[in-house]
Design a protein around this ligand. Structure first.
Ligand code: 5GP
Length: 363
């Protein structure tokens, strides 16, 4: 495991609230129990349960949202999630989250996202670079990069690039989806680079989100879609026709979908543990990773929800190694290749190529 931890890694598919630490979730739930907002004894076992079906996962998300959706919890979770990824040598993180509105808490989609940004600023143990270089004032590094050269225990401090994707939840209306896209455009200078479509795949219609996704792409935002998490041939077809910049999962694809995917070269975010836990693939041996990898299709290993599925990106690489017989060199290359599909500018990509090249010499 040590080797997979020390290897530099790129995370392109991580949901903020799904990456919450178990300990934080339990602590927040207990505090709400003490206040009488929820019955803690009823939720404790839901949190602690390990294997969940896809529908149980979405029930857990509803609970997580009750427990976490106030500004200070969101700030705390963001801080911890970034620290956790940086700790295991994730050098670039695209973190996605659904901007939420909750009138009773005085929360708007904007204030929710401001709480996320506060969390990025609150990280002290590593340097977090989330403001795109083009937005940084000349000769003045951002407050977050000001100590980029500081030494920590004799070593250069770790640095993690973070970019944000705003998720549209499939329960949302066209107007709500459009509101999310408008907010993403307004917040671009804080490292918001794209839009994700996620949420319960058994809910909603593609046509509802299409106007907002089209508009996002026209405005230069990147778009990634959760695609093929359930069997829905028409929707998968329509999503692939849309030509998103990336897709996540691709579990319930039929021959026609594979052909279309491969000919259009759309990179796939692969989440092994998530797919197994939610029974979206029958066994690891039957996972489409193998076919796509052999076809040299663009791929990236990701966690999806490291908290909900009790995994880490290092663990996902370890699983790929032991399940598919891939060595350190092959998986190092796979990790490095993700630079080509990330939603970041060339300055970041060049910086990361150097990081990987120097790690290749040291490892
Ligand atoms: P949040 O957006 O609140 O930070 O992260 C949790 C949300 O991400 C969930 O409510 C759900 O909308 C979305 N999500 C997390 N994991 C999955 C997944 O495996 N599939 C889909 N479709 N959505 C997910």
């Amino acid at each position: 495991m040590d080797w997979w931890v020390s290897m530099p890694k790129i995370e392109l598919h991580a949901h903020l609230n799904g990456s919450i630490r178990d300990s934080t979730l339990l602590e927040l739930a207990r505090a709400l129990g003490d206040k009488g907002v929820i019955d803690f004894s009823q939720v404790e076992h839901v949190i602690l349960k390990n294997d969940r079906s896809l529908s149980e996962v979405f029930k857990l998300f509803d609970l997580i949202h009750v427990v976490t959706t106030d500004h200070s919890s969101i700030t705390r979770i963001t801080k911890e999630v970034v620290e956790d990824f940086a700790f295991e040598n994730v050098v670039y993180l695209e973190l996605r989250t659904t901007p939420k509105k909750n009138d009773s808490l005085g929360m708007s989609k904007r204030s929710y996202m401001e709480a996320v940004l506060e969390g990025l600023r609150a990280v002290r143990s590593v340097d977090v670079a989330f403001i795109p270089y083009s937005e940084e004032p000349r000769n003045l590094s951002s407050p977050l990069l000001s100590d980029a050269s500081e030494k920590c225990n004799g070593n250069t401090r770790k640095k993690i690039f973070v970019r944000l994707l705003f998720s549209i939840d499939r329960r949302e209306t066209t107007e709500a989806a459009m509101e999310t896209v408008m907010l993403a455009l307004e917040m671009r200078h804080f490292g918001v680079v794209g839009i994700d479509l996620s949420g319960n795949p058994a809910v909603g219609e593609w046509i509802t989100y299409l106007p907002a996704l089209k508009f996002a792409r026209e405005q230069g935002l990147y778009v990634t879609l959760h695609c093929g998490e359930v069997s829905n041939s028409n929707e998968i077809h329509n999503m692939l026709e849309f030509l998103p910049h990336r897709i996540g999962h691709a579990c319930f694809f039929e021959e026609e979908h594979w052909r279309r995917l491969k000919s259009s070269n759309i990179p796939v975010e692969i989440c092994l543990t998530s797919n197994l836990r939610t029974l979206s693939v029958p066994t690891i041996d039957a996972h489409h990773f193998v076919d796509l990898y052999n076809a040299k299709h663009p791929l990236v290993l990701c966690t999806d929800d490291s908290g909900v599925f009790s995994t880490s990106l290092s663990n996902e690489y370890k699983i790929a190694s032991s399940s598919f017989g891939l060595g350190q060199k092959e998986l190092f290359e796979l990790s490095k290749n993700a630079i080509e599909f990330m939603f970041a500018d060339n300055v970041v990509k060049e910086d990361l190529r150097k990081t990987f090249n120097s790690a290749a010499k040291n490892l």
